[in-house]
Design a protein around this ligand. Structure first.
Ligand code: MOS
Length: 760
């Protein structure tokens, strides 16, 4: 696609503004005595790390040149469609593909199911044909006989005695978690104030811009699959297992993708189907889910119904905290929400009981910060309500109670300095003193409020992550890692870490990722990518730098320790006029040289949480029940920021997703048919640009290099974690009554306003 000039101009202008600031030239570099070791760059001295680097592939993405799975076509490629069950509960009696396969242009067909159907949308059969249209026509010719059975899709109904039972779970309600520390009953007796509240979250669909999809192509026994995935390595392994072929015969590729948010972490049934149809037809097969299928067949965030009880002394010291959570993830187990309840605050007496309820709906999937996001609506909602009850500043209540434990056995401090800094910085930036000192005190038809919510999340990355940096005899440099860029800017962070280490510019570095044959890296999920990949790349680049310095020292007749790599040159630290261009230096390389890097081990994961807090300002119309978010300040401690530009983007995205879930998003099920009633972008409401407030992303910038060689932590999940709770808390501050159920639709806001019993 050709780019139109306005877009290009806008992009170039943006890139110009975003150029790294405060770079240091060789001429102004500090001098030292010859032979003294070149100093390791301190955070402030990095040229790229921690600064603003525009995406190396930004132009490709905004001009449409970037290739997505949906864009692919191959000679002779077929299009596959899946026939899905219209029934939520049924015994599958028979499937007859005869007529479908007889339709001209239909090249392959498969039965995908036998036995019990448990949800609307379960795959039953599939066909591959010369066009999507022909495949759809073929689906209509498949004869399926069902013996329809009773179903249940509402969790409260599923818990009633005599409810239709979802098979294979051992009952509709199963205990999923149990945690105790101290003695909660004793703790409540010691409390001056005890408060109990119930908070609810709904089913939130991932809604990636690019729906799920794959293209499968065989060459003899070897399978290549292009997949819109967050994990090329996992899809490779999943395909090998499903097809019972060696993993070494499967290659999974993904160049670009339009989001996943946890719904694309492993191999999909549609991917396996594409591979099987391709084998049968002897031609490449493409399968892309429709928006409708994407809405009801590939998961969602499970709901949580959390009854939280807290006890505190007059001074705000927590004495007891209990949680009874009922979560529902369809035929899946859903999420446990316990972690923030047990770890965020240093309450000595905690008791948590969680149950999973099963209903006849597609299983939930990991959704950006599984469990934590739901948890914060209850935990942080309760902190605001408790503060009001105590007549205390909610910020002070949190500062008094946030956890600061030591992991004793490992000797690593659970460093919460970052959280404290986030609290102080965020409060200052939002103007915390402007809030209603007493929730709802403002009065009037349209009321404003300011609230806060905190976040923890393990952000250490995955040991064993590998990356290679390769030097070529033409002087070019390549970095390779079997990770993937899920839209977060992984190519750019890999390029800038290499550029930083070898004295190059990010655009000098050729980046290869999104290929399961490349050195191993984990899923791009769980906030793992940056803290796994960046240290591995840094390790490989440091080894390449050592090699180049040794080479340069020979050419320049200087000790290796005197050589610095900067401005595309190897130069003497003592006398910068003695230098050699890296391109010229590379001519001494006999052949392409790979340097293997690895993200080292770490002693304990728990010691390296990410921390954060968000503050929001909202306006609520008490006549219409409509909430408008005016401003969100988000402060997160993620250790060393690698690329401030893409890090800020992550925060903007997380905050937007959270406010969207807080106000609009809900997968609605029909009790009669067991089907989702809003499986499209029209009826399933997602925040638009008109709804998005001013968002201020800030970072604590506290670096602990015991974590990894860059002291960097993940950011995928953190900004999403408090982002719904903070809106609910700001609404509480405006109204003096907590809505306690998201999405806070106008109807729910108006209903909450009628409640009288719990006003402070
Ligand atoms: Mo995330 S829910 O681990 O993609």
């Amino acid at each position: 696609m050709k780019l139109t000039p306005p877009i290009e101009d806008a992009y170039l202008e943006y890139a110009e503004q975003a150029k790294p600031q405060g770079t240091q030239s060789a001429a102004t570099a500090p001098t030292g005595s010859t032979g003294s070791p070149a100093p390791q760059p301190k955070p402030g001295e990095f040229k790229y790390i921690g600064k603003y680097t525009p995406r190396v592939d930004g132009r490709k993405i905004v001009t449409g040149a970037a290739r997505y799975t949906h864009d692919l076509t191959f000679e002779g490629m077929l299009y596959a469609k899946i026939l899905r069950s219209p029934h939520a509960s049924a015994e599958l009696v028979s499937i007859d593909l005869t007529e479908a396969l007889a339709l001209p242009g239909v090249k392959a067909g498969l039965k995908l199911k036998e036995g019990r159907i448990k949800w609307v949308g379960e795959p039953v059969a599939a066909v591959a044909a010369v066009s999507e249209r022909r495949a759809e026509e073929a689906l209509a010719l498949i004869k399926v006989e069902y013996n329809i059975l009773p179903h249940v899709v509402a969790p409260d109904k599923a818990m009633e005695p005599g409810a239709p039972q979802v098979p294979d779970q051992g009952g509709n309600v199963i205990k999923s978690n149990d945690y105790t520390r101290g003695d909660a009953e004793k703790g409540f007796k010691e409390a001056d104030v005890v408060l109990e509240r119930t908070y609810k979250t709904s089913w939130e669909v991932h809604q990636p811009t690019e729906t799920h999809g794959s293209v499968a192509m065989w060459d003899g026994d070897d399978l290549t699959v292009w997949d819109s995935t967050q994990a090329v390595q996992s899809v490779r392994d999943g395909l090998a297992r499903a097809l019972a072929i060696p993993a070494g015969r499967v290659k999974v590729l993904k160049e670009y993708m339009g989001g996943g948010f946890g719904s694309k972490l492993g191999v999909g049934d549609y991917t396996v189907t594409a591979a099987r149809l391709a084998k049968e037809a002897g031609r490449p097969v493409k399968i892309t889910l429709t928006r409708r299928e994407n809405s009801y067949c590939v998961g969602y965030r499970p709901s949580a119904w959390m009854t939280v009880k807290v006890g505190a002394r007059k001074d705000g010291t927590l004495t007891a905290l209990t949680l009874k959570n009922t979560n529902c993830g369809g035929v899946g187990r859903g999420d446990r929400v316990a972690e923030p309840y047990s770890d965020m605050y240093k309450c000595p007496n905690v008791k948590i009981e969680e149950n999973a309820v099963y209903v006849n709906a597609c299983g939930s999937r990991a959704t950006r910060a599984p469990g934590h996001t739901q948890a914060m609506l209850g935990l942080e909602g309760m902190m605001e309500e408790l503060a009001a009850k105590l007549g205390m500043d909610p910020l002070e209540l949190r500062m008094k109670n946030f956890a600061a434990k030591d992991k004793g056995d490992t000797g690593i401090a659970y460093s919460t300095k970052g959280l404290e800094q986030c609290y102080r910085l965020g409060a200052e930036k939002i103007g915390w003193s402007r809030r209603n000192k007493k929730p709802g005190a403002g009065g009037g038809k349209v009321r404003t409020g300011i609230g806060m919510a905190s976040q923890i999340w393990p952000g250490a990355g995955t040991p064993g992550t590998l990356a290679d940096v390769k030097l070529y005899p033409d002087g070019s440099v390549e970095v390779e890692c079997g990770t993937q860029d899920i839209g977060t800017g992984t190519r750019t962070h890999m390029a800038l870490v290499v550029a930083e280490t070898l004295g190059l510019e990010p655009q000098d570095v050729v980046v290869h990722l999104g290929n399961s044959d490349l050195p191993w890296a984990p899923i791009s999920g769980g906030s793992l990518t940056v803290p796994s990949v960046a240290p591995a790349v840094r390790d490989a680049a440091l080894k390449a730098a050592e090699y180049l310095k040794t080479l340069a020292s020979k050419k320049l007749g200087l000790p290796p320790a005197d050589i610095v790599l900067e401005n595309r040159r190897a130069a003497s630290h003592a006398d910068p006029t003695k230098a050699i261009e890296l391109k010229e230096l590379a001519r001494g390389i006999p052949r392409p040289l790979p340097f293997h890097g690895e993200r080292g081990d770490y002693p304990a994961t728990f010691a390296f949480q990410t921390f954060g807090v968000q503050f929001a300002e909202v306006e609520v119309d008490t006549e219409t029940g409509k909430v408008r978010v005016k401003k969100v300040v988000a402060v997160h401690d993620i250790g060393r920021v690698i690329n401030r530009q893409t890090a800020e983007s992550q925060v903007l995205g997380g905050v937007t997703q959270g406010m969207s879930a807080a106000l609009f998003e809900e997968k609605v099920m029909d009790a009669q048919t067991g089907a989702m009633v809003n499986p499209n972008y029209h009826d399933y409401k997602v925040a638009t640009s008109m709804d998005i407030p001013e968002i201020v992303p800030l970072f604590a910038d506290i670096v602990d290099e015991r974590l990894n060689n860059l002291g960097t932590k993940g950011l995928g999940e953190p900004p999403r974690i408090p982002a719904s709770a903070v809106i609910a808390n700001a609404v509480y501050n405006a109204l003096g009554v907590h809505v306690r159920e998201i999405p806070m639709t106008p109807a729910r806001v108006l209903a909450a306003l009628k409640r009288k019993e719990d006003r402070p």
